[in-house]
Design a protein around this ligand. Structure first.
Ligand code: NAD
Length: 288
């Protein structure tokens, strides 16, 4: 165990605003200490106007990299030297790696989602996903799952400001991956119900179920949820959302919240920077 900062300590950042609430510094610094790695992870309050200078400082200060969060995940693409193909399709970067001055952008949100399933030996390749919500989380999950071998997607979204993003996600899955995607307005409730009867997994990536929509769910009838469907809510506060309660009522065997996805997206970034596996169980135990 170490966390002694000395002249050799390597810096990794987190650039976003607001950012003081983030658990990432605690998560990564604990993992560095566990593995005796001489790194330190710090959060920096950075808005879009200051992002170019902040990214330049990754080069200047020879930082190993940085996490990027809102509102910078998209704008950062223009500031990097290369973009991982999945992040390019997702059109958002949450992790930057500095290899001798060459900055590469990755998106580990979808990777974190797939890793969280793999940890439970859940294999959704070759099967169908019903995906509700196509914002940052839904897009990363949809594209990574399609790249990793999910065969078919029924995508549902409200016809709100996000509808164009839903159309873009559907088009990319159809045109740039081996999977097939169909887009439906969330208002088509009969379609949603029938999709769930043949899906392997339901992913709710809307945030309904957390504040200010705690105790709300987009699915309220347990009869809609077959017992062998995986029900996955990307929300992690509260730990058990209303959708998860409905799934339990329905007798669904596998019900997950977003906590493991959050930990695993961090673990994937940690691996990119250090080459080491994050001790996720210990981090989980200490933080939650
Ligand atoms: P976002 O604002 O980018 O997207 C939200 C999506 O949900 C949009 O498609 C929007 O149309 C839809 N939506 C919003 N309110 C809705 C409602 N009342 N009814 C139906 N649809 C609605 O948000 P995001 O960044 O993609 O985050 C979505 C959720 O995922 C949040 O709960 C967030 O906490 C969670 N998340 C979890 C992780 C993780 O690691 N577990 C990572 C990122 C986001």
């Amino acid at each position: 165990m170490r966390n002694e900062i000395d002249g050799h300590t390597i810096l990794i950042g987190l650039m976003a605003t607001p950012i003081r609430h983030s658990m990432s510094p605690t998560m990564h610094n604990l993992a560095f200490a566990d593995l005796g790695l001489n790194y330190v992870y710090l959060a920096f309050e950075v808005d879009q106007a200051h992002l170019p200078a902040a990214i330049q400082s990754v080069r200047t200060l020879e930082m190993r990299g940085t996490n990027i969060s809102m509102p910078n995940k998209r704008i950062v693409l223009e500031l990097l030297d290369q973009i991982d193909p999945a992040a390019e399709l997702i059109n958002a970067v949450n992790t930057v790696v500095n290899d001798d001055g060459v900055l590469t952008g990755y998106n580990t949100d979808g990777i974190g989602f797939m890793r969280s399933l793999a940890k439970h030996k859940l294999d959704i390749r070759g099967q169908k996903m019903t995906l509700i919500g196509t914002g940052g989380a839904g897009t990363a999950i949809g594209i990574q799952a399609a790249l990793d071998g999910v065969r078919e997607f029924d995508i549902f979204n409200r016809q709100d400001g996000q509808w164009e993003a839903a159309q873009r996600l559907t088009k990319i899955i159809n045109e740039q991956t081996d999977a097939t995607a169909h887009l439906h307005p969330l208002a088509e409730q009969a379609k949603l119900r029938s999709s769930l009867q043949t899906a392997r997994i339901l992913v709710d990536a809307t945030g309904v179920g957390m504040k200010p929509l705690a105790n709300q769910s987009l699915i309220n009838d347990p009869n809609w949820l077959p017992a062998d469907l995986i029900v996955y809510d990307t929300v992690y506060a509260p730990r058990t959302t209303k959708l998860m309660q409905v799934a339990h009522q329905a007798g669904v065997k596998t019900v997950m919240n977003g906590l493991e996805m959050m930990l695993e997206q961090g673990a994937a970034a940690f691996k990119l920077w250090t080459g080491h596996e994050m001790p996720v169980e210990h981090v989980h135990q200490v933080l939650f």
